[in-house]
Design a binder for this molecule. Structure first.
Ligand SMILES: [Zn+2]
Length: 101
């Protein structure tokens, strides 16, 4: 089966713009740091005769996109870190302090 030439061109455009985070296909997803939405390569908006790529939700450019599932953008991961930091700030009990010291 032959791939759609328009899709091939779009995938080439995505990879030319984001060589650091290459796209394997147009179904691959990215997370927009500006609007916090996920979208796939096929949804990316190409503006100004193919020069500028834009998030389909807010119009931000590729420098604000990260791979979906990035732990730094996951609310549950942030909640875990906040708990760990809060616990680390609590005074240690005496048994732990004697063992550590
Ligand atoms: Zn966006």
């Amino acid at each position: 089966m032959r791939a759609n030439p328009t899709n091939d061109r779009k995938l080439q455009r995505l990879n030319a713009t984001q060589p650091q985070r290459p796209w394997s296909s147009l179904s691959e997803e990215r997370h927009c740091l500006v609007c916090e939405n996920d979208f796939c390569g096929g949804d990316v908006v190409i503006r100004r005769s193919g020069v500028r790529l834009a998030c389909p939700h807010c119009g931000s450019g590729p420098k604000f996109w990260v791979r979906s599932g990035n732990p730094l953008t996951d609310a549950h991961v942030w909640a875990d870190w906040e708990i760990a930091i809060a616990l680390a700030q609590e005074p240690e009990d005496e048994d732990e302090m004697q063992t550590a010291g």
